[in-house]
Design a protein around this ligand. Structure first.
Ligand SMILES: Cc1cc2nc3c(=O)[nH]c(=O)nc-3n(C[C@H](O)[C@H](O)[C@H](O)COP(=O)(O)O)c2cc1C
Length: 601
């Protein structure tokens, strides 16, 4: 119960509340710390004008006609004036939030109510108020129901099983959608992952990556066959430059008409793109030419071909900005509005019953970045790099340690193994590994010489000693052993094409270096190829002084919960700021203090 207050009987509702905070009982009571300005004299608002100190709880406001003379009723014991209690109340998102003025002090409460205006001047004035806020309100609610998930946050695929079974299962059990990193795995390994994930998550949610394979469409087809065979209902399609029959086959083979005569889409597609022209293909119905071809091959029925001409290829488009791995390095703030505008144009043209949603990936690592994406209209957010540093990631402890130390600028573009000859690059970690410099050197040599024999002896010896740690002849022999099993035709071509032979030897190093990183190959740490974007450094900055600084404490679900909870908190803070509340920076940060997983158990 509140002690005697300057307002005595204003405590009309008389309710009790969990946190103390009566005015007299509070030792940190602000003494004239509030700043109140008449409307005609709105000051130059600058948060640094409100340092948090002993005389000030860090809250101020400027008046506006909309927030004057509204009353608040409730127990004063429920009003906090102390910064720690105020922050707790602001973070209590499932309750409303009232910023009240008690005499000349500003306090915060989650309790009480605002009575209807009866014309009398209120004893306790409410300056600003906000309704409760659920994390589910962030993004597009259709994304939640469509994918049966708890909030609009997903994790992107990470090749070679870095986005591992453990990761997808942990996320799925928490009703978060994660995409398994199928890229680069054998069909046998992929099938084992499907079995394990389906067993653990019979009702989902989970997704599998369908990564475009420009050099070998059969790889793509094998993945589609497995997804159809095992009824994998959601794929994250990525790296496509154009539609292939494989992705169209997956989509069309899941179409039917339900009892309500509506088109039922069983095979959901989330297409990750970074260019408008590719996005446009996924936003439109399948090309008739491909449908005809699939029909002729007996892969889809006539009815499915007809239905496929009425629905888009993808249900969701992830606009991928500057990210780890393959990236066009586009800034999120430029890419997202452009893709949303494209979606609107295409929706106006086709008038789909269920409009396509646009989400965002690339750089999402903190509550601030997720909030920015949601405020720009993203239907959902996708994280990548940050999850590789989590316990569940299928990579080595050494790699996770390097990732947890990375700063934002510790990344660079380096030649990609899969499209090495074309000069395609991907974004990797540069701190703690020599891989990017060595891969770049290999690419320069490839460009400058036509064969291994053309490379000057000094250069060759350097490569053998520092990079391959074996002679070029030994490296070629290992390449031959591998290709004679996997791709004898390619081997045959390379035998009569010295430049191709050189590329294959170099690509072998590039391929091994990411495997070394995942398996934790001892003695090869300086050659680890670690795909990573600037998001990693941004995340590390955010969690620096928290338990999440230590990679052994990073769990994908906990990280997701903190990002989403922090996003909702910052939304509330920004909302109050826009209304006219001034807050010191003590309140404008969301720092993860304890694991959200402990709370759930
Ligand atoms: C280690 C790593 C491997 C990745 N592998 C794939 C992949 O195989 N397929 C894919 O679609 N995206 C892949 N990505 C991209 C992620 O799915 C995600 O879209 C991206 O990381 C998001 O951007 P961010 O790194 O800034 O968070 C990879 C990213 C990383 C960091």
């Amino acid at each position: 119960m509140a002690k005697a207050t300057p307002l005595g009987s204003a405590d009309a509702a008389g309710s009790s509340c969990a946190t103390s905070g009566s005015i007299n009982a509070n030792p940190n009571m602000p003494q004239g710390g509030m700043q109140c300005y008449p409307q005609s004299q709105i000051p130059n608002m600058n948060i640094t004008n409100l340092p948090l100190n002993k005389q000030n709880n860090g809250l101020g406001y400027y008046t506006s006609s909309s927030n004057q003379h509204r009353g608040w009723k409730g127990s004063l014991a429920c009003v906090s004036f102390d910064p720690t209690d105020i922050r707790d109340k602001l973070q209590t998102l499932n309750k409303p939030c009232y910023i009240v003025k008690v005499e000349d002090q500003i306090g915060v409460t989650n309790d009480g109510y605002c009575p209807l205006d009866n014309g009398k001047k209120a004893q306790i004035e409410v300056l600003f108020d906000l309704p409760p806020l659920s994390i589910k309100q962030l993004g597009d609610p259709n994304f939640l129901s469509f994918h049966n998930v708890k909030y609009a946050y997903t994790t992107g695929a990470m090749a070679g099983g870095i986005a591992s079974e453990e990761m997808i299962i942990a996320l799925g059990k928490a009703k978060i959608l994660g995409s398994f990193g199928a890229g680069g795995l054998t069909p046998e390994r992929l099938e084992a992952a499907i079995n394990r994930i389906q067993q653990a998550l019979p009702n989902g949610p989970y997704a599998f990556n369908l990564i475009h394979s420009p050099n070998d469409l059969a790889i793509e087809r094998k993945a589609v066959d497995l997804y159809l065979k095992h009824r994998v209902r959601t794929v994250e399609a990525s790296a496509f430059l154009d539609l292939t029959p494989n992705i169209v086959y997956y989509r069309a083979a899941g179409l039917s008409v339900n009892s309500a005569s509506e088109i039922e889409i069983k095979n959901k597609v989330i297409a990750k793109i970074s260019r408008r022209e590719v996005a446009s293909k996924f936003m439109q119905p399948a090309p008739l030419k491909i449908l005809k071809q699939l029909l002729e091959q007996g892969l889809i029925t006539e009815s499915q071909a007809t239905l496929a001409a009425k629905v888009p290829i993808a249900d969701d488009i992830t606009a991928e900005a500057d990210s780890g791995g393959h990236t066009d390095n586009r800034p999120l703030v430029c890419l997202l509005p452009s893709i949303i505008a494209l979606r609107d144009e295409i929706q106006a043209k086709y008038n789909y019953k269920k409009p396509i949603r646009v989400g965002v990936a690339g750089g999402i690592a903190t509550p601030q970045s997720a909030l920015a994406a949601f405020m720009m209209g993203a239907a959902y957010v996708v994280t990548g790099s940050i999850n590789q540093s989590c316990i569940e990631a299928g990579t080595s402890p050494h790699t996770k340690k390097l990732l947890a130390q990375a700063a934002m600028a510790d990344v660079m573009m380096a030649p990609a193994a899969d499209m090495f000859e074309m000069g395609v690059k991907l974004q990797v970690l540069k701190r703690g590994t020599m891989f990017p410099m060595r891969a770049q050197k290999l690419y320069e040599i490839y460009r400058n010489y036509n064969s291994i024999e053309d490379i000057p002896t000094v250069e060759r010896e350097k490569l053998e000693k520092q990079v391959f740690r074996q002679t070029i002849d030994e490296a070629w022999k290992a390449t031959v052993d591998y290709l004679s099993q996997k791709n004898p035709q390619k081997l045959q071509k390379a035998n009569s094409n010295p430049k191709m032979k050189m590329a294959l030897i170099f690509r072998r190093y590039l391929g091994l270096s990411s495997r070394w990183s995942n398996s934790g190959e001892k003695g090869r740490e300086v050659d680890y190829q670690i795909w990573c974007g600037p998001a990693m450094g941004s995340f590390n900055d955010w969690v620096r002084n928290s338990y999440l600084a230590e990679p052994n404490n990073r769990r994908v679900v906990d990280v997701a919960n903190h990002i989403m909870k922090g996003t909702a908190y910052l939304y509330r803070i920004q909302n109050l700021k826009i209304q006219g509340l001034q807050l010191s920076d003590y309140y404008t940060q969301y720092v993860p203090n304890f694991s959200t997983l402990e709370l759930q158990h």
